[in-house]
Design a protein around this ligand. Structure first.
Ligand code: GLU
Length: 296
């Protein structure tokens, strides 16, 4: 079976060093496995979208010579496909409308949704103000990560009826990420460790839909000196596309990889080719790492 990997940025801002690490890690793992590397723009959350970020992200990837295979998939073009899935789940009574407030759930002893609306049969005419939740019938209590090893999940969390369509009318990330990874035939998911806590929920959706479950590799996160993840929402410094050689070398080091002796003199293409040949996934650190300087 051919390896198919992907990088799936949300256009909530320009790429920063942490996103470069994820882009590079997923690219190298795909190419070292003679696979395809796809790019998907996860633009399903207009309020969080920054104008122009999608095209800037793609331009930055090109500047780093991280060339994707096939066409870029934009989630904003896929609503009909997602809606059909929601409709089927509702019709099959595998999902239900829920009008609980965040406050109500917050007040529960463990803050985990208690299935209050499961049997309330809220009518779809209410759907304007309702979220849609999945009846969790396939809870996943543990899974294997190729970098971090066996991961176990809090049982109450694993059994929670997860939101697949939000009260504000937007599709939930956990649903569409699974639909699209399956739609695009992704065989292995390489992404940031911030998504470890939702991975079991996503695997439960693979089981529900009878999709083939991909492998998972969660890369270390780059943290600022306060221990926060560099993120577009926290306005991490955008990376400078004129600085590809140094930034690529720093990202490779961050991922525990060796550098060629005279990396400063290598072209970006030479550096990437070298990195593909010498890529060792078992050298990737299992822990997140604090950046001592602001890399950009
Ligand atoms: N769109 C998500 C993000 O930018 C990544 C989703 C994923 O890789 O599964 O954080």
């Amino acid at each position: 079976m051919q390896y198919i990997g992907r990088f799936a940025p949300s256009p909530s801002g320009p790429l920063h060093f942490g996103s470069l690490v994820t882009a590079l890690g997923s690219y190298l793992q795909a190419k070292a496995n003679f696979g395809k590397w796809l790019v998907r723009i996860e633009d399903i959350d207009p309020p969080r979208e920054v104008k122009g970020a999608s095209s800037l992200i793609l331009k930055t990837l090109e500047a780093f010579e991280l060339h994707w295979d096939d066409q870029v998939l934009y989630q904003s073009n896929c609503s009909e496909r997602y809606r059909a899935v929601l409709q089927t789940l509702i019709t099959q009574q595998k999902a239900y409308y829920c009008d609980c407030t965040r406050q109500r759930i917050h007040n529960l002893s463990n803050g985990i949704y208690d299935g209050f609306c499961r049997d309330r049969q809220l009518a779809s005419t209410n759907q304007q103000q309702c979220a849609i939740r999945l009846k969790q019938s396939q809870p996943v209590f543990s899974f294997d990560d190729k970098i971090r090893g066996q991961q176990t999940v809090d049982p109450a969390n694993a059994q929670e009826d997860l939101i697949i369509h939000r009260k504000d009318g937007l599709f939930a990330y956990n649903l569409v990420v699974v639909l699209d990874d399956n739609y695009q035939g992704i065989t292995e998911i390489v992404r940031g460790a911030d998504l470890l806590p939702v991975t079991a929920k996503q695997i439960s959706l693979y089981r529900l839909f009878n999709f083939t479950i991909p492998n998972y590799c969660h890369l270390p996160l780059a943290l600022d000196n306060l221990g926060n993840k560099l993120s577009k929402q926290n306005h991490a410094s955008p990376i400078d596309s004129k600085n590809t050689n140094l930034l690529t070398a720093q990202a490779l080091q961050f991922l525990g990889q060796q550098l060629p002796e005279s990396w400063q003199d290598a072209s970006q293409k030479q550096l990437l080719d070298w990195a593909i040949t010498h890529w060792k996934i078992n050298q990737i650190p299992k822990q997140n790492q604090v950046l001592t300087t602001d890399i950009r």
